[in-house]
Ligand binder design. Structure first.
Ligand code: CO
Length: 135
């Protein structure tokens, strides 16, 4: 009697495991098409709308997610540090960009009110560079 119950139990568990594998097997497909909006698409939208907007740049793996970013006068750029290491957003010359050391999760925002090309870097890691082109 106990032996039969054990066999029945094992069969139930096997059916449950196989069913779980069959039903759950398609989960990976969700990650095949990340929902990422390209920066260029955002820029095109900005030109069409003609309004000042905020553009987000992530700092990840010791790099700025947009090395070259084309924006319009009046636009605001917000950098957010996703690294455990602290980073800055600092103009190569002049004082247009001058953030403090940003810890993980912290942000720095700047509104560009003049046309120009603004090169910047991270003070602790000078090889981290980016450019904002304002037109
Ligand atoms: Co850095």
């Amino acid at each position: 009697m106990n032996g039969r119950l054990i066999v029945v139990g094992i069969v139930v568990i096997l059916v449950a495991v196989v069913g779980f594998l069959l039903l759950g097997g398609s989960d990976d497909e969700v990650f095949d098409e990340p929902n990422i909006i390209e920066v260029e698409e955002i820029e095109n939208v900005l030109e069409d709308v003609g309004e000042s907007v905020e553009i987000f740049v992530d700092i990840v793996d010791f790099a700025f997610s947009s090395e070259v970013l084309n924006i319009n006068v009046g636009d605001t750029v917000t950098w957010t540090n996703g690294d455990s290491a602290k980073h800055t957003v600092t103009s190569d010359s002049g004082g247009e960009l001058d953030s403090v050391l940003l810890a993980k999760g912290e942000s720095y925002s700047h509104t560009f009110n003049e046309v120009g090309t603004f090169n910047y870097h991270c003070t602790p890691h000078p090889y981290m560079t980016g450019v904002i082109v304002v037109s």
